[in-house]
Design a protein around this ligand. Sequence first.
Ligand SMILES: C[S@@+](CC[C@H](N)C(=O)[O-])C[C@H]1O[C@@H](n2cnc3c(N)ncnc32)[C@H](O)[C@@H]1O
Length: 400
Amino acid sequence: MAKKNNDFFVEKKPWSVVKDELLGCYFMPYVSKILHTYKPLVYVDCFAGKGKFDDGKPGSPLIALDVIDKCKESTRMESTQIEATFIDLYYADDLRNNLKNYPWVKIVSGKYEDNLANILQGKEHSNVFLYIDPYGIKALKCSVFDKLSKKNFNSIELLINMNSFGFIREACHVLGTSFNDREIFDDLVEFEPTKMDRTSESIEELNAIAGGDYWQEIINQYKNGIIDGYEAEARFSEQYCKRLGESYKYVLNMPLRIKKGQRPKYRLVHATNHPDGCLLMVDNICNRWEALQEIQSSGQLSFFEENYDNQIIDDTEIANKVIVHFSQYKVNTSLHESLAEFFVEYGPICSTGTVKKILKSLEASGQICITRNPCITKYGKAATYMSEDKNQKVYVRWIK
Ligand SMILES: C[S@@+](CC[C@H](N)C(=O)[O-])C[C@H]1O[C@@H](n2cnc3c(N)ncnc32)[C@H](O)[C@@H]1O
């Protein structure tokens, strides 16, 4: 039986600050944009916690509700249809208390896996956003995400905090080896540490979380000394995102570090079937990178521009990747779809604006054909826009 970590909410830890920063910053443009679909928004925080940490800092529920309030205040739309549900297995009473200024929200006491289907019943044609922050890995069953992708929602997005090192550690136990790094495990306190052993039940459980048995080969490579534990985590995360990619077209894999220069502590995974959601997340990550670096480096400045993965950004390398990626589009392809596919392949290595700028220079040098519909502006000039919406479409096609 897993042991509950009662200290989790005593004080908000740096990694919670980093992940909440990302949730809050993404959720703001997401809500503003999604309201314009004129379809209801259904937000579910599946592992909501207490709403607020004991030190007074807001938890994910208050962060999301603050965003919803701000969006409602600033929109010119006459009415907005937003529903928010907060599920927690142990802290529903704290949630009721800490969210009492929001009488319109729903609070569910129980397990997310037992309640989600009911909450989403009849929500077809809505825009659904699920925030999934368990820390432990046990409740993350891949089949739940697969099933959701097949429902008839107007859109669905998942933001998952994946404790990938927690997975690797348990996978090692199960396959008769071990992995430990105090720097990672000491301050990444799991809410409910998972303990697995060398039984076929544990193997099945990990298969269900991972959505397949691909993790076993990775752990065997680690066991045989072919790769180290950090490489195993990186490979597992990559494969996990590929697996989610069977149900969601655009999956972003974002390693999160608590301190600059450190190895990632866990992964934030964003999955959607809509290219615009993916592109919004990419720009969110890039725009907020400075703020995150502040948190991660305790204010120390870096002399080099670094990306979300603490890698030095090299303009030539980005330009080369753009050429490699876009040269595969031999027939007209939506700009937003091809861009989102670029970031799924390489991660959020730069802003969408950077790639668009490179595409425009490739257009100028005749390497790529960019077709805009409409192709003329209202002033009768040739259109040069590089974004799509319901009134304008952009297609890219590689020429040579
Ligand atoms: C990491 S904490 C969530 C923190 C929260 N997102 C925040 O930022 O304040 C995980 C929460 O999941 C709850 N929990 C654990 N297992 C659960 C399950 N199967 N379904 C729903 N909630 C669960 C725990 O009670 C705990 O409050």
